[in-house]
Design a protein around this ligand. Sequence first.
Ligand code: S3P
Length: 170
Amino acid sequence: MRIYLIGYMAAGKTSFGRRLARRLKLNFADTDQYIEEKYGLSVSGLFRENGEENFRRLEREALEELSLRDNIVIATGGGLPCFGDNMQFIKMNGVSIYLKASVAVLCRRLSAAKATRPLLKDKTDQELAASIADMLQKREPFYSQANITVDADDEDRVVEMMILGVRYMG
Ligand code: S3P
């Protein structure tokens, strides 16, 4: 069993992913953390030093390397499914879950957590909502290809809904 969590920054892929893994007795990995450990640099540092294009290459490598593991929940970076044929790769290698959060909820969470997100860190709170809405619209065609979509605004029920979805998939 291999489960991929996809969705926008701050949708809860890492925190809900850890909880899902614990409940299903699976291992857990996060592509951002994997890259940070492999290269000894933060995601912000990698963006700063080598740019976004290079980061997207590292993400693809991380996706391929982590997908060699089985019995695992893999939380992906928010942009990962939207580049190259990554979404195709995900669909061929496991069950995908889209954690779908509203612009309002993402905006609230990210206004406190944008410093570690290079694509958002320079936005004012006023610009944030428009940027998120714009990026989400572009990314939705990729995210919506997931096998299962879960309402990530409903924090108390996210893990249960993911478990139901995975069981339904068989
Ligand atoms: C990104 C999301 C981030 C990280 C990088 C780019 C994106 O991951 O990979 O800052 O393009 O949405 P999280 O979704 O874990 O914040």
